[in-house]
Write a protein of this length. Structure first.
Length: 114
């Protein structure tokens, strides 16, 4: 299973970005899908999750600003990020759970700076 994340970049505070992540390979029944982020010297932290049934969960720091969604037909998960703040700067990773295993993408850099 491979995960390809895209959509990162540089944006000014208050701006928006949409991250995408597509899974390929031996895909047969994806469970939950996740977005995490990590900054240098810190542990990777959960940003948002979405179950196979569409239930979502968010870190308190992004509630009301970020929206996670998924397209099961495309084996993809998305993260719409609005009202971005400098503290959102990080490498963002997508992840999926399938058949007892967790798979990770390669990460995409998001930089929020004026």
């Amino acid at each position: 299973v491979q995960l390809q994340a895209s959509g990162g970049g540089v944006v000014q505070p208050g701006g928006s970005l949409r991250l995408s992540c597509a899974a390929s390979g031996r895909i047969f029944s994806i469970g939950a899908m996740y977005w995490y982020r990590q900054t240098p010297g810190k542990q990777r932290e959960m940003v948002a999750t979405i179950t196979s049934g569409g239930t979502t969960n968010y870190a308190d720091s992004v509630k009301g600003r970020f929206t996670i969604s998924r397209d099961n037909a495309k084996n993809s998960v998305y993260l719409q990020m609005n009202d971005l703040k400098p503290e959102d700067t990080a490498v963002y990773y997508c992840s999926i759970f399938q058949a007892g295993y967790v798979y990770w993408g390669q990460g995409t850099q998001v930089t929020v700076s004026s």
